[in-house]
Write a protein that binds this ligand. Structure first.
Ligand code: ADP
Ligand code: MG
Length: 487
């Protein structure tokens, strides 16, 4: 039997991100989501004769910011071109895009491959304007909404170096995280603010030259990115193994059925008749602008994770806290308010991380609330955790206090005082509870004396219960041991 060919998948992604701007890329028409169709247009968007485009400076700043965050080379002199195609949702008859001289070259998106950080190289990032939205009705009619037409997009193009569907998903997630950190877009896929075209080919393992690719359009969720690519790799392998060939084409992913269909044969660049846009001057970027945007960059996820690891957190815990910039900010503010306490491990970082990831997020999730509008402030959480680490309250009580804080907005201190929740550290008070429990359970005491050490846990539980959870567990433990051996 001939040895089976080992196939390798090759994937390159073109990700479009809508940049957060008040008005459209080349005109003053407003940008808003969910408005009545065709209410956000103007002569420039409609491509009426005589209307002239003027580029939106905010879009430029956002594209440069993203480029800097991804380590791209920023071009000081970039150009806009016209990319011609005829489609009802593009009334100008062309898209304004960048062809030969994009705003950014190179750069990379970091993902984890085989447990290690790995950089997925970018080809470029360019600016362009969005098309409108077509809705195809049964019976062959189509509706066009031009509210989205002319919105500023940047297209992030990866090199063909992604190797699996899962990796493509990781790449998208990591890219979205950076986009959100630097604040250039919400990158909400459900609102179409981040969309992806996936280019997929296969080749025998070890072969250098790339196979013929297909391009999958219409991918609008992380799940579909992975499903669509997975499906396409399998389709191509089965074609080739059955002696057929992969045709270069654009395919449309149908998420409802979970298959892709051929849409059209794929254009080559020359089909678009690219030409420099004569209405738009070169986009000249000053050193000063680049420097000020560089200086304004926030700490990026990879750096933040590294910093939290040096504070004593595990990589997983650090990554979890850094998944959103707001969560990281909450952690940092709590830590600052908590200060350094010599009696807690890693200065409280671990304690705080655990409480945010555990109790606090549980409350927020139940409430479907964002950490950015958490009713418990970082300072309030720090106060609660200070009461915990200085033994004023036990862990169990602290959890209940947090729930009360969350619903009432009151401070930990005032709740503890009002409800008398201070941990009992008075030896005398605990001793009398221990005596009572031992008196009431003679047969368990006998068992313990016969060597059944498990009984110790039972006694601790009973004393804790008798104290309403307020006795200091460590003291309870010590007192039971000494009492019982003395008894
Ligand atoms: P366009 O699709 O707009 O014509 P390009 O030809 O530059 O633009 O390719 C766009 C994307 O396709 C890039 O992400 C690139 O990495 C990817 N790509 C190109 N060739 C292949 C291939 N043979 N297999 C997989 N991906 C590819
Ligand atoms: Mg393409």
């Amino acid at each position: 039997m001939p040895e089976e060919t080992q196939w390798e998948a090759v994937i390159g992604l073109e990700v479009h991100v809508q940049l957060k701007t008040e008005s459209k890329a080349f005109s003053a028409s407003a940008v808003r989501f969910g408005e009545s169709p065709n209410t956000l247009t103007d002569p420039t968007v409609l491509g009426l004769p005589g209307a002239l485009p003027v580029f939106n400076a905010q879009g430029l700043r956002h594209a440069i910011t993203l480029g800097l965050a991804l380590g791209c080379e920023i071009r000081r002199d970039s150009r806009f071109s016209r990319k011609h195609y005829f489609y009802p949702d593009s009334p100008k008859g062309y898209q304004i895009s960048q062809f030969e001289d994009p705003i950014c070259d190179g750069g990379a998106v970091e993902i984890v491959r085989d447990g290690e950080n790995h950089k997925v190289a970018l080809t470029r990032i360019h600016l362009e304007d969005d098309a409108g939205k077509s809705t195809h009705l049964p019976g062959g009619r189509s509706l066009v909404d031009l509210n989205r037409a002319g919105v500023t997009l940047c297209e992030i193009v990866s090199e063909p170096v992604i190797r699996s569907a899962k990796e493509a998903g990781d790449y998208m997630r990591s890219l979205r995280q950076v986009v959100r950190y630097v604040g250039v877009s919400e990158a909400d896929m459900e609102k179409g603010q981040m969309r992806c075209d996936a280019n997929v080919s296969i080749r025998p393992k070890g072969q250098e030259i790339l196979g013929t690719r297909t391009e999958l359009k219409n991918i609008n969720s992380f799940k579909f990115v992975e499903n669509a690519i997975e499906h396409e790799i399998a389709r191509q392998i089965s074609l080739v193994e059955n002696g057929e060939r992969v045709v270069q084409e654009t395919r449309l992913w149908d998420s409802e059925v979970g298959i892709s269909r051929s849409m059209r044969s794929k254009e080559d660049a020359m089909d678009y008749r690219y030409m420099p846009d004569p209405d738009l001057p070169p986009l000249l970027v000053s050193e000063q602008l680049i420097e000020s945007l560089q200086a304004a960059l926030p700490e990026l996820p990879a750096a933040a994770i590294g910093r939290l690891v040096t504070l004593g957190l595990s990589t997983d815990d650090a990554a979890n806290l850094c998944s959103e910039r707001q969560k990281l900010a909450y952690f940092d503010q709590t830590l600052a308010a908590y200060g350094t306490k010599p009696d807690t491990k890693s200065g409280g970082a671990k304690l705080i991380a655990n409480w945010i990831a555990g109790e606090l997020l549980r409350e927020l999730n139940q409430d479907k609330r964002d950490i950015a509008d958490c009713p418990v402030t970082p300072e309030q959480l720090a106060e609660l955790l200070t009461l915990l680490s200085t033994d004023v309250v036990s862990g169990k009580i602290a959890k209940g206090v947090l729930t009360t804080m969350y619903s009432s907005g009151d401070s930990a201190q005032s709740i503890v005082e009002r409800e008398g929740l201070q941990q009992i550290t008075d030896t005398g008070a605990i001793e009398s509870l221990v005596d009572k429990v031992l008196d009431e359970n003679p047969s368990q005491v006998a068992k313990y004396k016969e060597g059944n050490m498990k009984m110790l846990g039972y006694f601790v539980g009973q004393v804790m219960k008798a104290s309403g959870g307020q006795a200091k567990p460590k003291l309870v433990n010590e007192l039971i041991r000494s009492k019982i051996s003395g008894a």
